[in-house]
Design a protein around this ligand. Structure first.
Ligand code: PGA
Length: 243
């Protein structure tokens, strides 16, 4: 059975001291749900050390799809693995919008992460214009298909549906809007990977917090969240668990 997971996406926030303190608090949280924190590269060493042997798993927010080489400013899968990192966010809409990530680079990164034994948290989601034009479902389905090209049943990955208009805006998708798209994502994964789709955790992201988690989690295909703003303090992040 698939697990409920709440993954914090710290983006470009916090510092080593605050990050370690937050992880230390999360270690003692009473929950059966997956606890993941995706931190800036500079904190991964300290945070993986703090999280070692605990329920807290650590993710990066990006990685390159090549093994090594002349890619100034980039970080490889091996570098993440060396630190004990287990997850990596791939194709976040901020990376697609500001750092030229495309469906093609997302797919290369997803395949390479899986090959190396990292679990990609694959982000998809439509813009406000696309939602208003009625194409949200088509856009997201196409992103999912492109990201999963070459992925096989049994490969470990998560998908986070994050409508761009809901990220950091305080505007959450309604549970019905989120549920509709995430159920459609599961259908696409089923089309590609058969019944293995029922084992894949599908997350919602976009202003998710302690106040709206319950109604979102009531949607049958939503298995947790990718949380930005509300993951930056223990007080807020812990409200996501045991909702
Ligand atoms: P938010 O960010 O929770 O601050 O909206 C979510 C995300 O971008 O992953």
């Amino acid at each position: 059975m698939r697990q409920n997971v709440f993954a914090g996406n710290w983006k470009m926030n916090l510092n080593i001291k605050d990050g370690v303190e937050l992880v230390n608090q999360l270690k003692d949280l009473k929950t059966d749900d997956g606890v993941i924190v995706c931190t800036p590269f500079t904190m991964l060493d300290a945070v993986t050390k703090a999280a070692k042997g605990s329920q807290v798993k650590v993710g990066a927010q990006n990685m390159h799809f090549e093994e090594k080489g002349a890619f100034t400013g980039e970080v490889s899968a091996d570098m993440l693995l060396e630190l004990g990192v287990e997850y990596v966010i791939i194709g976040h809409s901020e990376r697609r919008a500001y750092f030229a990530e495309t469906d093609e680079t997302v797919n290369k990164k997803v395949l390479y992460a899986i090959e190396k034994g990292l679990v990609p948290i694959i982000c998809v989601g439509e813009s406000l214009e696309q939602r208003e034009a009625g194409t949200a479902l088509d856009v997201v389905n196409a992103q999912v298909k492109a990201a999963l090209l070459g992925v096989k049943a049994g490969d470990k990955f998560l998908i986070a549906y994050e409508p761009i208009w809901a990220i950091g805006t305080g505007k959450t998708a309604t549970p019905e809007q989120a549920g509709e798209i995430i159920t459609a994502i599961r259908a696409v994964v089923k089309e590609l990977l058969g019944d293995y789709a029922d084992e894949v955790s599908l997350l919602y992201g976009g202003s998710m917090n302690g106040g709206n988690v319950k109604e979102l989690m009531e949607q049958k295909d939503i298995d947790g969240g990718l949380i930005g703003g509300a993951s930056l303090s223990f007080e807020k992040f812990s409200q996501l668990y045991n909702y």
